[in-house]
Design a binder for this molecule. Structure first.
Ligand SMILES: [Zn+2]
Length: 62
């Protein structure tokens, strides 16, 4: 069965796991953990790479 949509360009820096939650080790008064959300610096939390530019599609380097 042919694929109708182009393959997703998953970020190679984070393998699509674009956001990490880091436990600070402290808890709020209701007992939930305080976490810091950090996005992948390459894809900025999207998990996918941006669409290639026309120059990249033509075989050149951007
Ligand atoms: Zn990424």
């Amino acid at each position: 069965m042919p694929e109708t949509s182009p393959a997703a360009r998953i970020c190679h820096h984070c393998d699509g796991f674009a956001t990490a939650a880091i436990d600070t080790g402290t808890r709020t008064t209701d007992g939930t953990r305080i976490t810091l959300r950090v996005d992948c610096p390459t894809c900025h939390g999207s998990g996918a790479l941006p669409a290639p530019t026309a120059a990249q599609l033509a075989g050149g380097r951007a």
